[in-house]
Design a protein around this ligand. Structure first.
Ligand code: DLL
Length: 431
C-alpha cells in the first residue's frame, strides 16, 4: 500500500513541486532568519536568484555548529509562541541541538512517519510496541504519532525494562516492534533467558532505525525473531524519524523528496556528486515552518539511486547509511569505519553481533583492538578452536581494513548492552 499519492509523482512533477517549495523556503528564511539573510547577502544572493533546482548549489551549507552557535532558538523562523513542541539531540559533546515544531510541522511529521511505516508493511490492524525512549529524543514521539495516524494500535512502552517489554509483547499480542536494531537483539537475548523463543512471540515486522546496522545484522534479526526487519532513517535537525524508509523490497530507503531535497557531496570539497556515488548526505527542508534548514550537512554517508523501484514509488532511494564522516577512525593513517568491522564479524560463524572497538595510542603508534563476543551457542570446550577462531577474525579484518588489529574474543554477554543507540567505538586517544 502507498500512503500518499505524492510518493508516485512522475519525476518532472516532483521537480516542479520541489522547485516551487525551494523558492518559498529561501524567501522565508531570507525574511525571517537573520543568520540566513546574512549568509545569502554575503554571497550577493537574493531569493529571486533561485530559478531552477540547479541553483541549489549557490546556497550556503548549514552545519551542526551553526545550530550550536545559535543555541537554543537562533535559527527558528517563527516566534516561540508559534512553537508547540521542542525536541533536542543530546550530542556527546557541548550543547545539545534544539529543534522546534509548529502545529503544521507536527502534522507533516505524522504524515511522513505514516509513509515510512506503511511502506515497510504496517497495517491498521497491527499492535505496535514502541521501544524508543519518549522524551527529547525524537524516536518515541515521532513513531508514535505516525503510527496512530495510520490507525495502528500503539503500545508506548518506551525503552528499557526488557523483561516487562516481553511480558507486554505476550499479553498485548504485539505484531510490530519499533526500536534500534541493537535493542531488538538485546530483547531477543532476554527472551531466551526467560525461556521464550522470540520467533514464537507472533511478531511479523520490525521497524528499525536511529543507528547504523549491517545487512548481516538484518539477517540475524530476521532469523531470531522470524519477522521482516526494515530500516528507516531520520535525524532531529531534519524532523526526526520520517525522512526515509525501506519499502517491502528492502532495497534502499525512499526519501520523501517533496519535503526533503537531497544531495550527495564530497565531504572534503563540498562538490555535488552524481547519483550512485557515495558521499555525505545534504538535505534542504522544503516544508518545515519552525526550523527550515538550507543544505544541512548530515555527515551521514550514503548514495542516491533514481532507478525505478518495483514497489511503484518514484521517490529516490538512499543506500543504507554505513557510517558518518565523523565516525571515521584514522588508525595509523588508514581510514576505518566501524561498519566495515561489523560486516566482517557478521560473516564469521562463532562470533556474535556484539562487539566494541577500542583505539589507543602506545607511544606514537595507534593500537586498534576489536573485542567481540562469542556467539551464544559457541562452545567446543577446546582451547585450540578458540585460537583458530581468533586467527580467522584477525585475518579477515586485516584483509578488509588494511591494518593489523588486535582481536579479543570475550565471553557471551560480557559487553555492555544498550536500550538505545549502541556505542561501538571507544577512542582513548582523545582523552
Ligand atoms: O535517531 C531519528 C530517528 C529515530 C531515526 C528513530 C529513525 C528512527 P538523532 O538522534 O538526531 O535522530 O540521530 C540522527 O542517527 O544522523 C544517523 O547518523 C543516525 N541514524 C538515524 N537513522 C539511521 C539509520 C534519530 N536508519 C543520526 N541508519 C543520523 C543509520 C541512522 N544511521
Amino acid at each position: 500500500m502507498i500512503w500518499d499519492r505524492t510518493e508516485t509523482l512522475p519525476r518532472e512533477d516532483m521537480e516542479q513541486l520541489q522547485l516551487s517549495r525551494l523558492q518559498t523556503v529561501v524567501r522565508r528564511v531570507y525574511q525571517k532568519v537573520p543568520f540566513y539573510r546574512e549568509r545569502l547577502q554575503e554571497r550577493g544572493l537574493k531569493p529571486a536568484h533561485i530559478r531552477s533546482l540547479a541553483d541549489l548549489t549557490r546556497l550556503p551549507f548549514t552545519t551542526k555548529d551553526d545550530l550550536r552557535v545559535n543555541y537554543p532558538y537562533g535559527l527558528f523562523a517563527v516566534p516561540l509562541e508559534k512553537l508547540v513542541r521542542i525536541h533536542a539531540s543530546s550530542g556527546t559533546t557541548g550543547r545539545p541541538t534544539v529543534v522546534g515544531y509548529t502545529k503544521k510541522d507536527l502534522r507533516t511529521w505524522s504524515e511522513l512517519v505514516a509513509r515510512v511505516v506503511v511502506q515497510a508493511g504496517t497495517k491498521p490492524r497491527d499492535v505496535v510496541q514502541i521501544c524508543f525512549s519518549y522524551g527529547l529524543f525524537t524516536g518515541g514521539f515521532g513513531l508514535h504519532y505516525g503510527l496512530e495516524r495510520v490507525g495502528a494500535t500503539v503500545v508506548p512502552a518506551s525503552a528499557g525494562n526488557t523483561q516487562r517489554q516481553l511480558r507486554l509483547m505476550q499479553d498485548f499480542h504485539t505484531t510490530v516492534l519499533v526500536s534500534t536494531p541493537t535493542y531488538a537483539m538485546y530483547i531477543a537475548e532476554v527472551a531466551q533467558e526467560m525461556g521464550l523463543n522470540p520467533a514464537q512471540l507472533g511478531l511479523r515486522l520490525g521497524l528499525f532505525g536511529s543507528e547504523p546496522w549491517s545487512e548481516g545484522m538484518r539477517q540475524e534479526l530476521e532469523a531470531t525473531w522470524g519477522f521482516k526487519a526494515t530500516d528507516n532513517y531520520g535525524m532531529s535537525e531534519l524532523i526526526g524519524p520520517g525522512v526515509s524508509g525501506e519499502c517491502q523490497m528492502q532495497n534502499g530507503l525512499h526519501i520523501s523528496e517533496d519535503h526533503f531535497l537531497p544531495e550527495i557531496i564530497d565531504p572534503e570539497t563540498g562538490e555535488q556528486l552524481p547519483p550512485g556515488e557515495e558521499g555525505e548526505l545534504v538535505i534542504t527542508t522544503l516544508t518545515k515552518e519552525g526550523l527550515p534548514l538550507l543544505r544541512y550537512r548530515t555527515r551521514d554517508l550514503t548514495a542516491l539511486d533514481y532507478t525505478p523501484c518495483p514497489c511503484g514509488r518514484t521517490t529516490v532511494r538512499m543506500r543504507r547509511v554505513t557510517g558518518r564522516t565523523d565516525d571515521m577512525l584514522i588508525v595509523r593513517g588508514v581510514n576505518v569505519f566501524p561498519s566495515q568491522v561489523e560486516e566482517v564479524l557478521m560473516d564469521i560463524p562463532g562470533v556474535g553481533p556484539h562487539y566494541q572497538i577500542i583505539v589507543d595510542r602506545q607511544g606514537y603508534l595507534d593500537e586498534f583492538e576489536v573485542q567481540v563476543e562469542l556467539a551464544a551457542d559457541y562452545f567446543t570446550g577446546k582451547f585450540r578452536d578458540l585460537e583458530t577462531l581468533e586467527r580467522t577474525v584477525k585475518e579477515r579484518l586485516q584483509t578488509i581494513l588494511q591494518i593489523t588489529p588486535k582481536v579479543k574474543l570475550v565471553e557471551y554477554k560480557s559487553l555492555e548492552r544498550t536500550v538505545g543507540k549502541a556505542k561501538r567505538v571507544i577512542d582513548k586517544r582523545r582523552i
